[in-house]
Ligand binder design. Structure first.
Ligand code: ADP
Length: 446
């Protein structure tokens, strides 16, 4: 196992990774921007290095500073967390050439899966159903209209290099198609540096179901079951759970098998997530594979007892997975709420400022992953995620009851958060029945 690991991230996920490292006896090195001097991940690390100014481009995304920090601290490996450089194949390559282990898949796997239209082709080759749509990139309106002739409206135009719900536009007719195409292209160019987009059938009010994969060094690939992330606002996940309350045992078995097959086809190593959309009739379609740990990995950990970050560390250090497929037991149900510094009454506008008082919930079956403390100042430069509250129960009903109690207990004073809105979701009857689709949040907001 590694002796020292640098964590090229901040906030809750940096804290989460450090916890796993400490339990494995690994020394941790934090990096931080000027805005993050007082962030919890800096305090919890064994060593911490300032890597630059507050904007991410000058710190957490600035590869030379991170590599320099890694060399000064003499670490053997870098854990990228999620976001920032986690899915940057070029960064993974630079780590490799500096003889620093990148804790994640190979640069080739990241490139393959990072391009969604290539990933679609790979899924197709593996015999996994994909959303009907264009073969590869669509250049102009004429090409797009040809695809529409085959699949019909509505369609969604998506950035090939997309992520975080950006670079996506829905079109219901030819007129809207032209605008959808140009706006998606320019948004993609601005956000990802590539204007490539492709066209897919827009599945109305689907469910988002994804499968957690762990792939060891010997081609051994296991799955840890599925997560349901259907509660979204503008393609951003708000609440996630495992197991999915809405798929049959048969569909579950199939998508887990398909997810393994995609990872196999890609020659994948490390933790990863294969995402699917499921329609009202139980048809499922591959949409993308994420080659990193996800925000919502926690619910899988709660129901399986497997520490996904530790497994990532084991794989990267050349060790074997600590479990085999037949050893994976899933028990009970877990739900995660993402607590963001956003004001639900003002269009979920991101908020910053001083947290005067923070009281996290506790008690049986509650887990909180967060970098908050009373007196912490939320900077305006980064993602608005403040905390993840995870509730576990013997069954979904119990998990919901515990989540309600946890959200009631939780206090964050000084900065508006999404807690009041999350309470409404958890108390909603459709949510309680598990009978909801992608439009739940929209309906609640109306
Ligand atoms: P990103 O990488 O930006 O997160 P994804 O491809 O994972 O993009 O899609 C994110 C979300 O966008 C999905 O969870 C779903 O809500 C919506 N979405 C994507 N593709 C489709 C589709 N073909 N039909 C309907 N909704 C879609």
């Amino acid at each position: 196992m590694f002796e020292t690991v640098l964590i090229a991230n901040r906030g809750e996920i940096a804290v989460r990774i450090m916890r796993a490292c400490k339990e494995l006896g690994i020394k941790t090195v934090a990096v931080y921007s000027k805005a993050d001097r007082d962030c919890l991940h800096v305090r919890l690390a064994d060593d911490a290095i300032c890597i630059g100014n507050s904007p991410s481009a000058e710190s957490y995304l600035h590869v030379p500073s991170i590599i320099t920090a890694a060399e000064i601290a003499n670490v053997e490996a870098i854990h990228p967390g999620y976001g920032f450089l986690a899915e940057d194949a070029h960064f993974a390559e630079i780590c490799e050439s500096c003889r620093i282990k990148f804790i994640g898949p190979s640069p080739e796997s990241i490139t393959k899966m990072g391009n969604k239209s290539l990933a679609r082709e790979m899924a197709k080759k593996a015999g996994v159903p994909i959303v009907p749509g264009s073969e590869g990139v669509v250049k102009d309106k004429n090409e797009a209209l040809k695809v529409v002739e085959e699949i019909g409206y509505p369609v969604i135009v998506k950035a090939s290099a997309g992520g975080g719900g950006r670079g996506m536009r829905i079109a219901h007719n030819d007129l809207a198609m032209a605008t959808a195409l140009t706006t998606a292209q320019s948004e993609a160019e601005a956000a990802f540096g590539s204007p490539d987009v492709y066209v897919e059938k827009y599945i109305e009010h689907p469910r988002h179901v994804e499968v957690q994969i762990l792939a060891g060094n010997k081609g051994n690939i296991i799955h840890l079951g599925e997560r349901d992330c259907t509660v979204q606002r503008r393609h951003q996940k708000l609440v996630e759970e495992s197991p999915s309350p809405a798929i049959s045992a048969d569909v579950r078995k199939k998508i887990c098998r398909m997810a393994r097959r995609i990872a196999q086809e890609a020659g994948y190593v490390s933790a990863g997530t294969v995402e699917f959309l499921v329609d009202g009739r139980g048809n499922f379609y591959f949409i993308e594979m994420n080659t990193r740990v996800q925000v919502e990995h926690t619910v899988t950990e709660m129901v399986t007892g497997v520490d996904i970050i530790k497994e990532q560390l084991r794989i990267a250090s050349g060790e074997e997975l600590s479990i085999e497929q037949k050893g994976v037991r899933r028990r009970g149900a877990a739900i995660e709420c993402r607590i963001n510094a956003e004001d639900p009454d003002r269009g979920f506008m991101p908020q910053s400022g001083r947290v005067n008082l923070y009281i996290p919930p506790g008690g049986p079956n509650v887990r909180v992953d967060s970098h908050l403390y009373s007196g912490y100042t939320v900077p305006s430069f980064y993602d608005s995620l403040l905390a993840k509250v995870i509730a576990y129960g013997k069954n979904r009903e119990e998990a919901i009851t515990t989540m309600r109690r946890a959200l009631d207990e939780m206090v964050i004073e000084g900065v508006p958060t999404t807690i009041p809105f999350l309470r409404r979701i958890i108390e909603d009857n459709r949510f309680a029945r598990g009978d909801y689709r992608m439009n739940l949040v929209e309906e609640l907001l109306e």
